[in-house]
Write a protein that binds this ligand. Structure first.
Ligand code: FAD
Length: 333
C-alpha cells in the first residue's frame, strides 16, 4: 500500500429520505473505532434530494459527511451507487468502511470491494481494532456457528465489513453536534444505466414487527410440544409482547420461520426478552444478546442461557408459565 489511508467511513443507507436504523447503529460503532484510531468518522450519503439528512448523520456521531446528490441516484442501483462510492473512496482513501448487512448494503459492499480490489467481511457481529497495526478485527460466527472467527484484511484498503442490523448500538442523538459537509459531483446519465427501476413494491411482512418489538416472549424446545407452546402465546398476550422461537422450534413446525430468532433468523433488541426452555446456543444468542433485560426460565441451572440472563428462574416452564400468566393478569386488572 503506497497511499496513506485514514478515517472510518459508514455508508448511510436511506430509503425515500429516511435513514435506515442500521446506519445510525454503525455510526455508534464507527465512533468507537475512530476514537481509538484518533481519526474522523465520516458518513457517505448518496441519493436525490438527500442533503437535508447530513445534519442527522452528524447528530448521530459523524465528524464529516460526504454527500452526492444526483437525480440518477433516486433509487438504489448497484451500478450508480458503486460509481459514487468508489469515486469518494479513491479520492479520500478511508482505512475502514462499514455497511449495514441489508440487501442493498450487502450488494453495494461486494460491488465496491470488487472494484477497489479489497477484502470484505460479511455479516459481522463484533468490531474492534488492533491499534498497533491499525487492523480492523471483524468477528462473525463461522463453521456453522460453532466458533467466532475474527477476520483481518492485512494487505488491502479500505478494510470493509457489513454489519447486521440491531447488533450495534446507536449513540443518543446530539442535535447541537457540529460537523463538516462535503458535497461531491458525479457524472451519471440515466441512459447509460443498465438497469431501470420500473416499480418499487414494499415488503409488508411480519418480520418488522418482531425486530421492532419492545417485549418478546421466546420459546424453545424445552416446552416439549406444540400444545405446551401455546403458553408462550398466552404470556405474550397478557403482557402485550411479540412471540419468537428458536430454530429447533421452527424446525419442529411449532412456529413459522419468520418468527425464528438467531443467526439464521431475526436479530432483536427488545427492552425485555423472555427466554423460556431455551438452552442458549451461540446461534440463538447472537440474535438476542443485546436485549436490555433477559429473563431466562430453564430447568437446568447450568444451561448457557443463564450466562447472559439478567434474571434467571430455574424450574419447569410448564409450572412457572401458568403462575406468571396468572400474576400478570392480576396486575393488569
Ligand atoms: P435445546 O437446545 O434442545 O434446549 C432446550 C432447553 O430447554 C434445555 O436447556 C433444557 O434444559 C430446557 N428444558 C427442557 N425442558 C424444560 C422445561 N420443562 N422447563 C424449562 N426448561 C426446560 N438456533 C436458533 O435458535 N436460531 C438460529 O437462527 C439458529 N441458526 C443456526 C444456524 C446453524 C448453521 C446451526 C448449525 C444451528 C443454528 N441454530 C439456531 C440451532 C442452535 O444451534 C440450537 O440447536 C438451538 O438454538 C437450540 O434450540 P432450543 O434452545 O430450543 O433447544
Amino acid at each position: 500500500m503506497s497511499k496513506e489511508y485514514r478515517g472510518v467511513w459508514v455508508f448511510i443507507e436511506q430509503n425515500e429520505g429516511e435513514i435506515e436504523g442500521v446506519s445510525l447503529e454503525l455510526l455508534g460503532a464507527g465512533r468507537k473505532l475512530a476514537d481509538k484510531l484518533s481519526v474522523s468518522l465520516c458518513g457517505v450519503l448518496l441519493g436525490k434530494d438527500v442533503k437535508a439528512l447530513c445534519n442527522q448523520v452528524i447528530s448521530y456521531g459523524a465528524d464529516k459527511v460526504y454527500v452526492i446528490d444526483h437525480p440518477v441516484l433516486e433509487e438504489y442501483r448497484t451500478e450508480s451507487y458503486m460509481k459514487g462510492v468508489v469515486l469518494l473512496a479513491e479520492k479520500y482513501s478511508p482505512e475502514i468502511f462499514l455497511y449495514g448487512a441489508t440487501p442493498n448494503g450487502k450488494d453495494l459492499a461486494s460491488a465496491v470491494a470488487t472494484d477497489l480490489s479489497t477484502g470484505l467481511t460479511a455479516d459481522t457481529t463484533m468490531l474492534d481494532v488492533d491499534l498497533d497495526k491499525r487492523l480492523l478485527e471483524a468477528s462473525r460466527p463461522a463453521f456453522g456457528g460453532n466458533i467466532m472467527a475474527t477476520i483481518l484484511c492485512k494487505k488491502h484498503r479500505p478494510q470493509m465489513a457489513t454489519v447486521r442490523p440491531k447488533v450495534m448500538k446507536a449513540l443518543e442523538r446530539d442535535k447541537e453536534r457540529q460537523g463538516v459537509i462535503i458535497e461531491e459531483n458525479i457524472e451519471l446519465y440515466e441512459d447509460d444505466m443498465r438497469t431501470k427501476v420500473l416499480k418499487v413494491v414494499k415488503d409488508v411482512t411480519k418480520r418488522a414487527n418482531l425486530a421492532d418489538a419492545h417485549i418478546i416472549v421466546c420459546g424453545g424446545k424445552g416446552l416439549g410440544d406444540q400444545q405446551n407452546f401455546s403458553l408462550i402465546y398466552e404470556l405474550a398476550e397478557v403482557i402485550g409482547a411479540s412471540v419468537g422461537g428458536t430454530r429447533d422450534v421452527v424446525e419442529a413446525g411449532w412456529l413459522p420461520h419468520e418468527l425464528q430468532i438467531g443467526q439464521t433468523g431475526e436479530t432483536v433488541t427488545p427492552k425485555i426478552y423472555f427466554a423460556v426452555g431455551i438452552s442458549g446456543a451461540i446461534q440463538h444468542v447472537v440474535g438476542m444478546k443485546n436485549s436490555e433485560i433477559i429473563i431466562a426460565i430453564n430447568k437446568d441451572a447450568s444451561a448457557p442461557i443463564f450466562d447472559i440472563a439478567t434474571y434467571g428462574i430455574v424450574g419447569d416452564a410448564l409450572d412457572i408459565l401458568p403462575k406468571l400468566i396468572q400474576q400478570f393478569k392480576e396486575i393488569r386488572t
